[in-house]
Ligand binder design. Structure first.
Ligand code: F6R
Length: 244
């Protein structure tokens, strides 16, 4: 059972550097590594820091594969708001990770059947070395919305009102946000050899405290990081930790 290593940092720049150090540690290990990168605001600075290190020649990504964490359902092909497009622009392109090293979540046809096959394939290829996660104000990890249990598989989900409201900033208004999505399951994420959870801003204060100090249970999916199989680092900025 994981005992998360909590690191409280002063600000966004620290969070970016400390997160990048964890990723670099995993990337510099011998042999191929599989990484799951969260999208969203919190890790943007960290991806920029990684991109800089890569551009300087300090981060060799040739052995890195990426598995998609989550995606909206029902979008037109090429919709710029797709999380995959975000990941291409912010992670894959800047870090020179080619298409053949990217595993994309299913979004067409019988998505639930495809998700079951996805989990089997991911397990067969050795699972995840590093999951880079953000925390929803409702306690979600990926789109594992509350309630989600630790055994949740990769699957289609209905987004909660909280998540729809939080994502409205990308879509114009709440009414435009897709309400269905697909997410890697908690079972796969909690099985990762390493997890880094990034949390920033006073709006995350209550939920980060609940996740790390409250009971471990389904209505706060992120609380299950305390039962993850591998090592867990939680990087929290002071605003989120102290609630200022
Ligand atoms: C994004 C994702 C979400 C976010 C979370 C925090 O791929 O899976 O779980 O990590 O909602 O989002 P931000 O960082 O925008 O506050």
């Amino acid at each position: 059972m994981a005992d998360p290593h909590l690191v409280v940092v002063d600000d966004a720049a620290w969070l970016a550097r400390a997160g990048a150090d964890v990723v670099a540690d995993v990337v510099h290990a011998d042999g191929p590594v599989t990484i799951v990168p969260a999208t969203g605001d919190t890790p943007v600075g960290m991806y920029a820091e990684l991109a800089e290190r890569h551009a300087r020649g300090d981060l060799d990504t040739r052995d890195v594969s990426v598995v998609q964490l989550d995606e909206y359902l029902g979008l037109e092909t090429g919709d710029r708001r797709a999380l995959f497009g975000w990941m291409e622009r912010t992670v894959l392109g800047p870090l020179s990770i080619d298409d053949e090293r990217v595993v994309r979540l299913p979004t067409d046809g019988d998505v639930d059947a495809a998700c079951a096959a996805f989990d089997r394939d991911l397990e067969a290829r050795g699972g995840i070395d590093l999951a880079i996660l953000g925390l929803g104000t409702n306690g979600h990890l990926g789109f594992n919305e509350p309630p989600s249990n630790a055994q949740s598989p990769t699957r289609t989900v209905e987004l909660t009102q909280d998540t729809v409201a939080a994502n409205a900033r990308y879509w114009g208004s709440e009414g435009d946000v897709p309400t269905r999505a697909v997410t890697l399951g908690l079972r796969t994420l909690l099985d990762a050899r390493r997890i880094v959870l990034l949390v920033a801003g006073a709006s995350k204060h209550a939920i980060v405290r609940r996740a790390l100090e409250g009971p471990v249970r389904e209505d706060v999916p992120a609380s299950f990081v305390r039962e993850a199989r591998g090592s867990v680092t939680v990087l929290v900025d002071r605003a989120a930790w102290e609630g200022e």
